[in-house]
Design a protein around this ligand. Structure first.
Ligand code: URA
Length: 202
């Protein structure tokens, strides 16, 4: 089903576009009831980190267990690795915007469904427009496809894509770096891509 044929997705998009700023979005998002299974199982809607004036935005897929409990993006094991890699390349995490394509944790860490992804897109696109970062880094395949459509990470990573006037630099998800272990290729390339994103955003 296309987004324009899903009345819930259409309503969310209209609602999101009517909201004037990030504070208004953050006030409304916790009341979202668009995805029944996520609403029934979530503890928190993870709105994301949206510091004023962020030039760099990291996009994950969806919150995990720790994020669902705390309401903050990337605070579990992936987040801890991300923190280390950001520090390695001299990025101040508190100045970086961090969103997820879907804002509620899918149960048992399953991937978000196409319906969930479509419905949350209106919220996430409005956040992106309001933050208006110079550079966006999708973390992992799912966030990369959210921007680019069907692709593979090996085809998309390692170059800058222009998406609706925005520079998009796809890279590995920190969970891939955790799976491969310290010093593995995903960790090395993720660190290098974060450094490149910092350079591009300067
Ligand atoms: N993985 C994600 O994609 N996002 C989070 O916030 C945490 C883990």
């Amino acid at each position: 089903m296309r987004a324009t044929q899903d009345p819930v997705a259409v309503e969310i998009r209209h609602r999101a576009e009517s909201l004037p700023d990030l504070a208004a979005l953050a006030a409304v998002l916790p009341g979202c009831t668009a995805c029944p299974e996520l609403v029934a199982t979530r503890h928190c809607v993870v709105v994301g980190a949206t510091p004023a004036g962020a030039r760099l935005l990291l996009m994950g897929e969806a919150p995990g267990a720790q994020e669902d409990l705390t309401g903050q993006p990337f605070v579990g094991r992936s987040g801890q690795l991300l923190d280390r890699l950001l520090a390695d390349v001299g990025i101040d995490r508190s100045a970086v915007a961090i969103l997820n394509t879907v804002k509620c944790r899918p149960p048992a860490n399953r991937p978000p469904t196409a319906v969930e992804s479509r419905r949350c897109r209106g919220w996430t696109e409005r956040q992106l427009d309001l933050i208006d970062p110079a550079v966006v880094v999708p973390l992992g395949l799912s966030a990369t496809r959210w921007f680019l459509g069907p692709t593979t990470l090996s085809a998309a990573r390692g170059r800058v894509h222009e998406v609706q006037g925005r520079r998009v630099l796809p890279t590995y998800h920190p969970s891939a770096a955790l799976r491969w272990g310290p010093g593995g290729e995903p960790e090395r390339l993720l660190r290098a891509d974060l450094a490149e994103a910092l350079r591009l955003a300067a």
